[in-house]
Design a protein around this ligand. Structure first.
Ligand code: PMP
Ligand code: GLN
Length: 386
């Protein structure tokens, strides 16, 4: 049988590749972004409770009502604006499905989307899968800022949407007021829909504040904001997230959602809803991860790995150019095999495979795990440049 691939340029995700290699090499895995510490026992007990109470059948298509209400409360608390639970919130199978379904609902063959690279790996394939094309704006080291006028030059009459990610994986940068102002300007000028991936909304450091598109009336009227309980509740494997959009967009979104997954894991939705009645304030997450970021920073001092500014997410970029001339993927593989620490190269986040001698290190780990990795990498300083 001859299959004409729609995705012939797509290869296995770098997250799977590096986690598999980490396992094979018995390396400390600071590559794929997931915690190695347990989720809150109270939350785990709640999931068990709802399974035992036989909440084991299909949930309502948009989400369990109690969870939709909790999400509305949470958004109001965080962003001083309350979405309508029934018509503006949909619970999804992680942020990934929200992103894919949102793109699927909007992009037709020939349509274009502007994305900002380095970019999370699912945006571009989702656009391609629907016959669309991405126009790529490249952020570059060391500051990874967007020149919005240069980005604006990528917009044309086929452009349907702008996809942004804030706080940003993998660079750890966050948007400021000026960025948001420019996004408003561009989206209004060209009548674009904005898809804003905000899965790291609570993971911002040094007293910074996350700016959501939901705080801007001009953006929430033309925007879809995507969130993930995987990040906020330290349970990436539960693949539960949600999307918030105006009524008209939500209605279109649900047409795709109902034929993609129909609904999301029922006991997990009930458990999160009950958990949120007593755990609504997630502002401590910033401090929790900030101390891990600082532990990693301290631990890698003197290794030759040069850290970048990290304002948010649980990822830290490092420049390894004083240690090696290897390409990023080769370096990450070498580091895993020779030093027992797995990280993520940045080149796969660029369509152009841009090489900048950068790796991404995930610090959503036990302090012990971070210390162990730093100990192993201390030996780098005595190594010859390779
Ligand atoms: N967006 C970004 C920027 C991410 O880092 C991730 C990774 N988890 C996702 C989306 C996907 O989230 P989920 O696991 O909830 O599907
Ligand atoms: N978001 C995670 C990361 O950036 C990975 C998710 C995945 O493996 N698809 O590492």
């Amino acid at each position: 049988m001859k299959i004409e691939s729609k995705m012939d340029k797509v290869t296995t995700s770098i997250f799977s590749v590096m986690s598999k290699l980490a396992l094979e090499c018995n390396a400390v895995n600071l590559s794929q972004g997931f915690p190695d510490y347990p989720a809150d026992p109270e939350l785990k007990d709640l999931v068990c409770k709802y399974i035992q109470r036989d909440h084991n059948q299909y949930a309502p298509m948009p989400g369990v009502p109690a969870l939709l209400t909790q999400i509305a409360d949470k958004i109001e608390r965080s962003y001083s604006w309350r979405p309508i639970a029934d018509s503006q919130i949909t619970v999804t199978t992680g942020a990934s499905q929200a992103i894919c379904s949102a793109i699927g609902m909007l992009i037709r063959p020939g349509d274009e989307a502007v994305i900002i690279e380095p970019a999370y790996d699912s945006y571009k394939p989702a656009v391609m899968m629907n016959g669309g094309k991405v126009n790529v704006y490249e952020m570059k080291a060391p500051d990874f800022k967007v020149d919005w006028e240069a980005l604006e030059a990528l917009v044309n009459d086929k452009t349907r949407m702008l996809i942004v990610n804030n706080p940003h994986n993998p660079t750890g940068t966050i948007f400021d007021e000026e960025d948001m102002k420019q996004i408003v300007r561009i989206c209004e000028k060209y009548d674009l829909i904005i898809l804003s991936d905000e899965v790291y909304e609570h993971l911002v450091f040094d007293e910074s504040k996350h700016l959501s598109i939901l705080q801007y009336p001009e953006l929430r009227s033309r925007g879809m904001a995507v969130f993930s309980f995987g990040k906020s509740l330290h349970a990436t494997g539960w693949k539960t997230g949600y999307i918030i959009a105006p009524k008209e967009l939500t209605s279109e979104f649900r047409k795709v959602h109902q034929f993609t997954v129909f609904c999301v894991n029922t006991p997990v939705q009930y458990a999160i809803a009950e958990y949120m009645t007593t755990h609504m304030d997630w502002s401590a997450l910033g401090k929790f991860f900030e101390s891990k970021r600082d532990l990693l920073y301290q631990g890698l001092q003197g290794t030759g790995l040069k850290p970048f500014r990290c304002e948010g997410t649980y990822f830290q970029l490092y420049d390894y150019s004083s240690i090696s001339d290897r390409k990023e993927e080769d370096f990450a593989v070498w580091l895993t095999r020779e030093y027992g620490v797995a990280t993520i190269p940045i080149s796969p986040f660029y369509s152009s495979d841009r090489e900048q001698s950068l790796i991404r290190v995930c610090f959503a780990k036990h302090d012990e795990t971070i210390r162990k990795a730093c100990e192993a990498l201390k030996q780098l300083k005595s190594a010859q440049k390779v």
